[in-house]
Write a protein that binds this ligand. Structure first.
Ligand code: RIB
Length: 298
């Protein structure tokens, strides 16, 4: 029973600022920190640490100190790091501003993630051990599609379509569970021909393409749609300190709980609790709670 995450790993370079700066504006930061990030690596840490499920991370980092730092962070969280390729490109970097209300703005410099364009035989072999395959869109879509096609029969493919990008017909055909936030839902619906950004209409349209859809709604929780039937999962009411990576914690735990045999609504409940704990702490991977903390909060 295990999760394989195929995706990005970044060094997050984080400034805390009074507010997100506007165009042409210079702001003085309140503090500065570096830490493990990247949507793929964050989801792997969440599956392993916050759900206690056997997790393999498939990705690429540079031959540099940031790459060593990220590998060590993943291993420390209990993630199997044996399928991380070493790239001649530098490790990916995310430049993150976090405002006092916990909201953020992120610019990603792809580096090794962008140069990760094919799955090696060894990485493909690790994908073939998955019960649940998790992927996002911070690496080449060709790699995500190749991983989805390499998963064993019966393994579910959970695609977190973040950051937003239109999906090929081949990709749509592989998806078992699609996870998006409100903006990504509207973007995807528009890529399918929706005339506007109405969320309700977007959910209807996306639910025509996939049997299982989860739309995260920030502090409002999430909407689970299975065979067009909608269930709302409310979020715990908390005061956010830093929302960076909260969506990744949600997806990682959701995937892990599916691997443990939960149905999608139950898996989303666990993900939602873990994400509510994560937003109360600074940093992406450093904010991921332990499985004991998540159990205690449920
Ligand atoms: O989803 C949050 C993540 O997005 C950050 O950790 C950053 O690295 C970017 O990938």
């Amino acid at each position: 029973m295990g999760v394989v995450v195929v995706g990005s790993a970044n060094m997050d370079v984080v400034s805390r600022v009074p507010r997100i700066p506007g165009p042409g504006e210079t702001l003085l930061a309140l503090s500065f920190a570096r830490g493990g990030g990247g949507k793929g690596a964050n989801q792997a840490v969440a599956a392993a640490r916050a759900a206690g499920v056997q997790t393999v991370f498939v990705g690429a980092v540079g031959r540099d100190a940031d790459g060593d730092f990220l590998r060590a962070g993943l291993a420390g969280a209990g993630v199997d790091t044996g399928a991380i390729a070493t790239s001649e490109e530098p490790t990916g970097t995310a430049l993150i501003s976090v405002a006092e209300d916990g909201e953020n703005a992120i610019v990603v410099v792809g580096g090794a993630n962008a140069a990760f364009t094919t799955l090696s035989d060894q990485q493909r072999e690790r994908v073939s051990t998955a019960d649940v395959l998790l992927a996002q869109l911070e690496i080449a879509p060709e790699v995500v599609l190749a991983a989805a096609q390499a998963r064993p029969d019966g393994a579910r493919f959970v695609l977190n379509a973040a950051p937003s990008a239109p999906l090929s017909e081949q990709m749509w055909a592989e998806i078992d569970v699609l996870v998006v936030n409100e903006h990504e839902a509207a973007d995807l619906a528009q890529s399918l021909g929706a005339p506007d950004r109405d969320l309700d209409a977007a959910v209807e349209l996306l639910a025509e393409r996939v049997d299982s859809l989860v739309v995260t709604l920030g502090g409002e929780g999430c909407l689970v749609v299975e065979n067009r039937r909608r269930t709302t999962v409310p979020a715990m009411k908390v005061t956010p300190v830093d929302t960076t990576g909260a969506g990744d914690t949600f997806v990682g735990v959701l995937g892990a709980r599916l691997a443990l045999g939960d149905d999608l609504v139950e898996a989303a409940r666990w993900g939602s609790v873990a994400a509510a704990l994560a937003v109360q702490r600074p940093g992406a991977q450093s904010g991921v709670p332990s499985a004991d903390e998540v159990r205690a909060a449920r």
